[in-house]
Design a protein around this ligand. Structure first.
Ligand code: UD1
Length: 426
């Protein structure tokens, strides 16, 4: 199992280029199920979850080529025949986003068998809203031996009001609705940029969708979709993570190739902390050197502060002046990084959904364990300012969603390597 070794203390200086968003690429790859034609995706990040999705689609009979036409980040998918519309447990157990194939599979083939998802261990993470929506569209769903089986001759348009805002739930049902008979009206939808990105691809494939990016989406179903070419959005969570890397180390970083309009709540929060930000069209320069102020944060659905940035923000909060209250509203049990940060010398206490961080405790190196994707990033950020050499175990969690994380950090002066490498050697 890979480990990272991080020696703290260097301010990060230079430019980091942002990759495509994993959370956009995953639903867009699933959308290729909806057509027999070729779907070409540009700017797909090379991360473990994308590789898992490739295996998932291939196991159903799809052709998937990552790095198509010698372009590292281009992916070609062709689902001419889906001989085995099953998402097997062996493949999906590491990735909850596998539930994203449920909607497109049933829409395209009339049947889907999908293993109940695994993924990050952050709370219960049910998929009842996906199921409820598909049932409203006429699917019959049964559950047996850890698999969901959904059947429908042809899905029918419906009026679906989400009980709770769900990102992949919105995406999954959107992909079901585009091939359904008649009109579907969705209310209380997720407004995340990843939903908008997926809708842009579906529209390029011939779907009739209005309102993506708002809480009400209207879809007029169509008989058939065709192939398309689509460029994935930059990863706003990767950008946010590196913004905090610049801020926490007192560095001067240019976060390039991002979309600042997707980062509104994160930029506002950093600004309140006293981080200096210069916002360009596709880049943000982050500088800090002076004292940072403690600023409370609540996670919310987009455009609120993302739960996927909560752990990284908490690492920053350990170094700000004063007390920060962090409230996690989206997931239960998403504070697993707290005990590891405390082992590094932070002073954080948790009560229910709230963590209270007492700032400016100097961090020290320790052996720490990554528990999920964003918690791993938080521990790396803490290690960048810790005294001495921190060893992070189980970095496979981080590899699920960050492309060449340690290389990007090394490029701006961080001392970080995978166990086995030698400092300074790429
Ligand atoms: C997506 C992101 C994840 C991010 C999360 C919230 C992907 C691949 N993953 O996850 O990185 O942290 O959005 O921004 O895009 N819920 C239900 N029933 C359901 C579905 C969800 O109760 O059927 C609940 C969840 O338990 C959670 C909340 O709704 O409390 C939000 O979850 P959801 O938006 O669905 O998260 P994901 O789409 O899984």
């Amino acid at each position: 199992m890979d480990k990272f070794v991080v020696r703290g203390g260097n301010p990060l200086l230079g430019t980091i280029k942002i990759s495509g968003a994993k959370n956009s690429a995953l639903p867009c790859m699933a959308a290729a199920i909806l057509t027999e034609d070729e779907v070409i995706l540009e700017n797909v990040p090379q991360v473990r979850d994308i590789e898992t999705e490739r295996r998932l689609l291939e196991s159903m009979g799809a052709e998937v080529e990552l790095g198509y036409g010698r372009a590292q980040h281009r992916t070609r998918i062709k689902c001419a025949v889906l001989s085995d519309p099953v998402a097997k447990y062996e493949i999906v157990k590491t990735m909850r986003a596998s539930s994203l194939v449920l909607g497109p599979l049933i829409a395209r083939t009339g049947i889907a068998r999908v293993a109940m998802p695994g993924g990050c261990a952050i709370g219960g993470r049910p998929i009842d809203l996906h199921i409820k929506g598909l049932e409203a569209m006429g699917a019959t769903i049964t559950q047996e031996h850890g698999y969901l089986e959904a059947r429908a001759d042809r899905l029918k348009g419906a009026h679906i009001v989400f009980d709770k805002i769900t990102v992949t739930g919105t995406e999954d049902l959107l992909m079901a609705a585009v091939l359904a008979e008649g009109e579907t009206l969705f209310e209380n939808c997720a407004r995340e940029p990843e939903v908008t990105d997926l809708a842009a691809l579906l529209i390029a494939m011939g779907a009739n969708i209005t309102g993506a990016g708002t809480s009400t989406i209207r879809v007029v179903g169509t008989q058939k979709l065709h192939g398309a070419r689509h460029r994935i959005n930059p990863d706003r969570i990767e950008a946010g993570t590196f913004l905090i890397a610049g801020a926490i180390t007192g560095g001067d970083l240019n976060i390039d190739g991002c979309n600042p309009s997707h980062l509104g709540s994160v930029l506002a929060k950093l600004d309140q902390c006293g981080v200096r930000l210069d916002i360009g069209d596709e880049s943000v320069r982050v500088r800090s050197g002076g004292e940072l102020r403690a600023t409370d944060v609540l996670t919310e659905e987009y455009p609120g502060f993302p739960t996927d940035m909560q752990a990284q923000y908490m690492a920053l909060a350990t170094q700000t002046d004063g007390i920060t209250v962090v409230t996690e509203n989206i997931f239960e049990n998403r504070f697993m990084h707290v005990q590891e940060l405390n082992r590094m010398g932070a002073n954080i206490s948790v009560s229910g959904r709230t963590a209270t961080v007492r700032g400016r405790y100097p961090l020290q190196s320790a052996a720490v364990m990554c528990s999920d994707l964003r918690a791993s990033a938080s521990l790396v950020l803490a290690a960048l300012v810790a005294d001495g050499e921190t060893i992070l175990d189980r970095v496979y969690h981080l590899d699920r969603g960050y492309e060449r994380f340690e290389e990007k950090l090394r490029g701006v002066g961080a001392q970080i390597r995978r166990m086995g490498e030698v400092f300074g050697k790429k």
